[in-house]
Design a binder for this molecule. Structure first.
Ligand SMILES: [Zn+2]
Length: 228
């Protein structure tokens, strides 16, 4: 309900901060600088073997990984993700993507990224939503890192995989074939920055990684806006 009311206010007054409803001033878009600065940033981009990286250990070889901020219920970070995913606020993805890009540009680990790749939606879901929220985040990151976005080579083949609580091997079997590459040679020898909106179990990112690793000598780093 609070989300809905907030959304209505923003529709009527587009020049107000999505979070605090204060007037936006010069240079501010969608979210004011004050609200942006108050997000619970992880700063994991500066640390290897951080909590995000560790989530992928034993699942696939990850170069580096980070999330921009900690996801907490009933906070600005949650509200912004919701606006990006379900309220058509695409520009929130670009804005937070730029913020993430600024962090990555200050880290030694993301200086050699060749391609920025969003977790793809199934075509049916893409048609329904009209955009891929992860691709919006990629656009923001690309603005800062000056690396190209490739949103067409990694594709989602299966819409809804059955999620089960099984062992590592069964889970691997279960996620195999959800994603695929149009042309493995495009990713060959490249350092791929795989991008999603939120990290929860990591199984979607793991399934993407399996597909990307079909490209010879591809390396993968992973970034998300939020860490749940
Ligand atoms: Zn604000």
């Amino acid at each position: 309900m609070a989300h809905l009311l907030q959304h209505l206010i923003h529709l009527i007054f587009p020049n107000l901060c999505l979070v605090c409803n204060e007037n936006l001033v010069g240079g501010e878009e969608s979210v004011c600088f004050s609200c942006l600065s108050k997000l619970p940033y992880t700063d994991f981009h500066l640390h290897s073997a951080n909590e995000v990286e560790k989530r992928f250990w034993g699942k696939f070889p990850v170069e580096h990984a980070t999330s921009l901020y900690h996801y907490k219920k009933a906070t600005a970070g949650q509200y912004l993700l919701h606006a990006l995913k379900y309220k058509g606020e695409k520009q929130v993805g670009t804005l937070l993507g730029r913020q993430l890009g600024l962090h990555l540009s200050q880290s030694p680990f993301y200086q050699d990224i060749d391609l920025i790749v969003p977790v793809p939606l199934h075509p049916k879901k893409y048609r329904k939503r009209g955009y891929n929220q992860s691709e919006c985040i990629c656009d923001g990151i690309a603005d800062v890192l000056q690396a190209p976005v490739d949103a067409t080579n990694l594709v989602r083949l299966i819409e809804n995989p059955t999620q089960t609580r099984k062992g590592v091997y069964e889970r691997w079997e279960n996620t195999k074939g959800i994603f695929g590459l149009v042309d493995a040679s495009v990713f060959a020898g490249k350092h791929i920055l795989l991008v999603d909106d939120v990290l929860t179990t990591g199984s979607t990112l793991e399934a993407c990684a399996q597909a990307i690793l079909e490209a010879p000598n591809a390396r993968i780093s992973v970034v998300t806006l939020a860490l749940a």
